[in-house]
Design a protein around this ligand. Sequence first.
Ligand code: ARG
Ligand code: ASP
Length: 701
Amino acid sequence: MKHLTRLTLLTLTFCLSLSTTRADEGMWLPSLVAEGRINDMRAKGLRLTAEDLYAVNQASLKDAIVRFGSGCTGELISDEGLLITNHHCGYGQIQQHSSVEHDYLTHGFAAMNRSEELPNPGLVVSFLVEMRDVTDAVLKGVKPGMDEAQRTKIIDRNKAKAIQAATKGNHYKATVEALYYGNQYFLFVYEVFEDVRLVFAPPSAVGKFGGDTDNWMWPRHTGDFSIFRVYAGPDNKPAPYSPENVPYVPKKSFTISLKGIDEGDFTFVYGFPGRTYQYLHSAAVRYTQQLSDPHKVKLRTLRLDIMNRAMAADAAVRIQYAAKNASVSNAWKKWQGEMRGLERLGTAAKKEAFEERFEAWAADKPEYAGVTERLAALYDSLEPYAFARDYHSEAVMAIELLKFAGNFANARDLKPETIASLQKAADGFFKDYVPAIDRETTTALLQEYARYVPARFRPQGVVIDSFATAVFDRSLFTDSVQLRALLATADTAALRQQINSDAAVEAYRAFLSAYQNTIEPTYAALNRQLDTEYRTYMRGMMEMLDGTKEFYPDANSTLRIAYGKVDGYRPMDAVYYEPVSTLEGVMQKDNPEIYDYDVPTRLREIYETKDYGPWAVNGTVPVAFIATNHTTGGNSGSPVLNADGELIGVNFDRCWEGTMSDLEYDPTVCRNIALDIRYALFLIDRVGGAGYMLDEMKFSK
Ligand code: ARG
Ligand code: ASP
């Protein structure tokens, strides 16, 4: 016991004292589930032990899970390195390999043997080797009341030491992450593989079926998966791409369940959730709900309206703007769900009431008294800066031309290699660029910017009204031919001069320096003060609610377990959503006239003949399901597992009514959306004609 930090003790108490759990909320640290959480999981149906989930000295489920790239999760489904994640997680790679002759985005891709698998420079997958509480070591030398700058210095030094110790004499990578606003620190050790090859992708009409129309929504019928293979050197250790590399033999890979799922079944999601904000002060919730989300949504609506009109009018533009549209649309739709959800739950008012209770409790505790008021005051000061910052990123930096010109403004030198890489960036940019769309968008966005952002945050000398005309008519950066000619200039000084005096570069610099001079410094300084107060507030909450509330740290892209059950929900009055969707729904949506719902011919044919082979379930094929697992961005691609830890699905989204779960989880409507693994197998086998891939998987029937 003497090694336990005070906080671990606290956590332990929370876990042991729980008799009833708040339904299904929480993203738990795998290495701590043994300390009590496991009992609740087992009571709800899990048939595994804590060591089956997480162990350091023996293989456990965590060894079959990776962080895929930087923003997704993936899992191993064979002992030969085969990995499954979402189609939208592998989208960049699939797109990179696509050309007019080999349009894998449209037609899908299937490697028919190992030599056809496609390498992806830059893509890495990271397995967690170990995670450990290092709070004592990180806070060593830190004294109460210490000056913040000095405190940070000590902590940084201690973190570096812990990382060094964990990576000495091995090939691992390590990070130390703060949990609970710096009240606890954990060390995470990873083994990072850098030879990851594309094996299979369904056509986008399957992998992205429903597109942005169905995004964040249930009922859903998207076959959102893609398959890769992890390669290692002959010693099974990470190695850069080489034809000599061999499929990685993982310590563990998932058995795939063919038993199916039913409403009420226990499930858990094991993956890398990105960011959540469960312990936010009411002022921050209000800002998100009443200012930030609505303004960001409005700005993106302007962009989407212009884009959509141009895309509907021209098939080539539709392709050019497909990826941009998807990314603008994704957060746009989520924020709308989030603000509505926060409003419906009255999250801000609930938090205010809690803050009052907190201050009453803290009245005789000088360590905590007044912290919520100090947070409120800081948020008051922060608001104009946060707001101007939102406009900087959502209005100014949404201007494609400015962002592009930024590459040139920021180029440190103009050596031949730099010019070659700028030319490459230019080729990529112009391939998918329609100046008329950008120009119209610019005018619309800057009108809002001028209307809402006070003059003190705006660049002097930039005339908003004539901005689009002035910049788009004069800049060389709107035209690939002019730009290519410019970059061919042999005289570097003349080239530099031309770049510096270009209207787009000048505008980019003007906006950037206004941001850097008038917004960023105060914004950052206030946030540092907020961090300090949150550290106190968080510790206070944990002390105040000791034994009555179970705490879990906010998501921070580290490995977590969420658990719940397959469950429908009521999105509105008189409507109940069933938790399982099938191929019938795909065909009900089928419409060759609508891009998002144009079912591939091969799938239509199979549906006509009902030739589902072994994949038939009650005369159809299951496609997706929803469950009460608490997930967020980054959980995409995560394994969704049954009570025996077998793979039943691949997580890819959440239901719209529950997207406020990053701030408040509501068990009645928060649902994660998973692809039924049997749909992926059916598609690989019947549509992709790559049934041989199944030979290396393990099934449980
Ligand atoms: N909403 C899902 C997530 O946040 C899927 C996003 C990709 N799909 C899309 N239509 N934009 O990432
Ligand atoms: N679609 C998200 C992702 O890509 C998952 C979510 O936000 O629920 O990680």
